[in-house]
Design a protein around this ligand. Structure first.
Ligand SMILES: Cc1cc2nc3c(=O)[nH]c(=O)nc-3n(C[C@H](O)[C@H](O)[C@H](O)COP(=O)(O)O)c2cc1C
Length: 178
């Protein structure tokens, strides 16, 4: 069945590793017949949640920034792909801001279960992605009960001899199997 897939590209760098992996995933998913859109955090302004509690009263989020159009995309999506570089052994602050702001949908009961997948990209060894992988497994899968459709890490981007191509292939296959 064709799905609407939203890829959240949590890298502030356009055209670099995470962004290219998102594109490879999208190519695979499009070829498999899915409708795919990418949301890049790059160039966007998405504040952290300020706990104003307006969403607890079933109101929309009080902050009028680039998260507003994204709420619509999140609600419409059957599947959400989280893609993030690793900064300080974690997902980027930009990615986390998007996730925290999803709380407005969660508390309003507008947060249905979705299919999901993740792509994490680190300059160092694969274990640099451990916290992000734990977050994906413990929060996205175990707490939100989203349906895991795949997770990949792309380590050692800062190391000599790093080649993105095999990881692009993996992301493409993940998209094909979305
Ligand atoms: C502020 C900052 C912190 C980083 N921290 C880590 C880290 O803790 N572990 C790691 O392996 N790489 C770390 N990196 C490297 C990035 O994960 C790596 O360069 C990655 O390829 C960036 O993704 P991009 O190429 O899509 O921009 C860090 C980079 C920046 C800018």
């Amino acid at each position: 069945m064709a799905k609407k897939i939203l890829v959240i590209d949590g890298s502030p760098r356009v055209g670099k590793n995470t962004d290219q992996l998102c594109d490879a995933f999208m190519k695979g998913a499009q070829e498999a017949g899915h409708e795919v859109v990418k949301f890049r955090v790059a160039g966007k302004k998405i504040n952290g949640c300020i706990h104003c509690a307006q969403c607890f009263k079933n109101g929309p989020c009080s902050q009028k920034d680039d998260m507003i159009p994204l709420y619509d995309e999140i609600e419409k999506a059957d599947m959400i792909v989280l893609a993030s570089p690793i900064y300080f052994w974690q997902i980027t602050a930009q990615t986390k801001a998007v996730i925290d702001r999803m709380y407005a949908l969660y508390v309003a009961g507008r947060f249905q279960r979705k299919d999901t997948a993740a792509i994490f990209v680190s300059g160092g060894d694969a274990d640099c992605c451990d916290e992000a992988v734990s977050f994906y497994k413990n929060v996205i899968i175990n707490r939100l009960h989203w349906n895991d459709k795949g997770m990949m890490v792309c380590p050692r981007t800062s190391r000599e001899g790093f080649e993105l191509a095999p990881h692009l292939e993996k992301a493409y296959e993940m998209g094909k199997n979305a």
